[in-house]
Design a protein around this ligand. Structure first.
Ligand code: GLP
Length: 242
């Protein structure tokens, strides 16, 4: 769907997600949300917080799994995704702390941690709704070009373009981590419902590749074309090349 402004897209999606939480909770189980970072979802989180403050949605029966985390960053680092998610959402809603899951940035045995993350998602019953942004390399989560369709949570080496895009926030390219832990394409595609947000003219070319280009591991977002319930929420600028 194309919206005039990103705030309109985010308000609509927040209403949809609040409704989904309510209906899943009414069926007697927690709702499992897959969450994303980056500047793109900030207005979505703002809209969710507003709905919560208006008494329209509770997160007490919500379990979350974030897509990814930089390797080498402690939770307390201001640029860790753990910090980001608390600042942008978790500190402002009623979600129990033990319902929140992100990969850890500091971990001894990375493969074992990745297996545990996959197991925790499975134990929660799988992801009901997965939120995505898109990087300029076409990545979802941190599934850089070459990530297989069936990949699972693992360590990934960050593309130079991705590190460049993150450099301003880190105060220089040399401060940006070189690798991350990310859910795989297969982990993401297993979600029952998916929404990808993309806003601004700098996303127009990659949005076209993802939606209308060949399905290829060179653009991991192109795998969404094969998902039965994946929708793109765009503003006019991001949809300009469609
Ligand atoms: C990072 C995140 C992605 C995000 C991308 C785009 O690479 N791991 O999940 O989609 O940045 O960021 P932005 O939304 O700021 O354009």
């Amino acid at each position: 769907s194309v919206f005039r402004r990103k705030e309109d897209a985010c308000r609509q999606l927040a209403l949809d997600v609040a409704g989904l939480i309510e209906s899943i909770n009414a069926s007697g189980r927690p709702a499992v949300l897959g969450l994303a970072t980056g500047s793109t979802p900030i207005p979505f989180y703002k809209a969710l917080i507003e709905l919560h403050q208006a008494g329209k949605v509770s997160f007490q029966q919500v379990i979350t799994f974030n897509l990814d985390e930089y390797l080498g960053l402690p939770r307390e680092h201001p640029e860790s995704y753990w910090s980001f998610m608390h600042r942008q959402l978790f500190d402002h809603i009623d979600i129990p702390a033990d319902h929140i899951h992100l990969p850890r940035g500091i971990v001894d045995d990375v493969p074992a941690h990745c297996r545990e993350y996959e197991q925790a998602i499975a134990d929660a019953g799988g992801i009901d709704f997965q939120l995505l942004g898109i990087g300029r390399t076409g990545h979802i989560g941190f599934n850089e070009p070459g990530s297989p369709r069936d990949s699972r949570t693992r360590e990934i080496h960050l593309d130079p373009i991705t590190r460049q895009d993150a450099a301003p926030a880190f105060g220089g390219l040399d401060q940006v981590p070189t690798s991350a832990i990310t859910m795989g394409c297969g982990t993401i595609l297993a979600a029952r419902r998916i929404a990808l947000l993309a806003f601004g003219s700098h996303k127009a070319a990659i949005v076209k590749d993802a939606l209308q280009g060949p399905i290829t591991d060179q653009v991991s977002a192109s795998f969404l074309q094969e998902h039965p319930d994946a929708n793109f929420y765009l503003d006019q600028e991001a949809s300009a090349e469609l």
